[in-house]
Design a protein around this ligand. Structure first.
Ligand SMILES: Nc1ncnc2c1ncn2[C@@H]1O[C@H](COP(=O)(O)OP(=O)(O)OP(=O)(O)O)[C@@H](O)[C@H]1O
Length: 307
């Protein structure tokens, strides 16, 4: 049985007349980098707040690190980057992080060392002596991310961690998150699905306070059961491919000229075998292939799931 960092079942949360969570289910394996995906107002931030113990669920089961969500119990074990992190304006970045380390129960010495370690994760060493009030929006965001890594917690919740970051720092943060795979559990909410596809092992689509789909990213994107071929202008021998593949479903999207094949995978039928069969037929018919791949993008799957 997979060990879980988070297990939510049938969770409801209302804010007066607004029913923000309507029976949400979530199972986050320990050591995974998990994507929480959903449109504006889907309930992601509310879910994070329930997991952290900032809000109490009205109904349903919530197990976080094998217990109930209580802020006291999580000290040093769970951290969260809120969507709009706010820092004290007068402290320097280093003082701010050291102070938070002390609040977690670290000695002054350890807290200082830990502050330097997490500043390096977000490449903020140079700005450690700057007062927080003088930082740019993206720099504040990076301090927030550094803060979330303070004390190396078991479970880290990041609400839109790369929003507002420049391309290089967004890239470096993605690499850092990937580096935590298998060692720490990280739940990331973001609207950048390409980014989530690149760094996450598992994902859940949330909409209107409910889980629509969840599972391994490779399964959600059908990496083992679907392939596609992009054709340049020229012959479109779709019927020949259809006849050759028999039981597989062959679809043709004339714009942007993509041939999709969904098939039942088996021991002798991996995606690579189907790609070989399809390419053989297409090339024999004079088609001009300009791209080949497996599965669908997470973005396509999200658009289908939330239609
Ligand atoms: N304190 C509150 N009082 C009343 N309604 C709230 C409160 N917090 C959230 N809501 C409502 O609950 C629903 C879910 O909001 P939530 O912030 O969790 O969505 P989200 O998925 O994080 O959205 P986004 O992607 O825009 O950040 C929305 O309809 C929102 O207006």
């Amino acid at each position: 049985m997979t060990a879980l960092a988070l297990a939510l079942g049938g969770v409801h949360k209302r804010f007066g007349a607004v029913h923000a969570l309507r029976g949400v289910d979530l199972r986050v394996p320990r050591g995974s980098v998990f994507a929480l995906i959903g449109p504006n107002g889907a309930g992601k931030t509310t879910l994070f707040s329930v997991v952290c113990g900032f809000l109490r669920a009205d109904q349903g089961q919530v197990s976080v690190l094998d217990g109930t969500p209580e802020v006291e119990r999580f000290k040093g074990r769970l951290s969260a980057l809120p969507q709009d992190a706010v820092l004290g304006r007068e402290l320097t970045v280093r003082e701010h992080l050291t102070f938070l380390g002390r609040l977690q129960g670290m000695s002054q010495e350890t807290a200082k060392r830990e502050a330097e370690r997490v500043l390096a994760i977000v490449d903020l060493g140079e700005l450690a002596g700057r007062r927080a009030g003088t930082l740019s929006h993206g720099q504040i965001k990076r301090v927030g991310v550094a803060q979330a890594f303070l004390g190396d917690p078991e479970l880290i919740l990041l609400d839109e961690p790369t929003a507002g970051l420049d391309p290089r720092h967004a890239h470096d943060l993605r690499e850092a998150l990937r580096g935590h795979r298998g060692r720490r559990t990280i739940v990331v909410s973001s609207h950048n699905l390409q980014e989530l596809e690149a760094i996450c092992d598992e994902a859940a689509f949330i909409d209107k306070g409910q889980t629509l789909e969840s599972g391994a990213v490779s399964a959600l994107t059908a990496q083992d059961a679907e392939i596609f071929v992009v054709l340049a202008a020229g012959p479109e021998p779709i019927d020949v491919v259809r006849a050759r593949l028999g039981d597989a479903r062959v679809e043709w999207e004339p714009q942007p000229r993509v041939l999709r094949v969904s098939f039942q995978p088996g021991p002798d039928r991996a995606a690579e075998d189907v790609i070989a069969d399809v390419l053989r037929e297409l090339l024999a018919q004079g088609a001009r292939v300009s791209g080949v791949g497996k599965g669908r993008s997470l973005e396509q799957r999200y658009l289908e799931a939330t239609r």
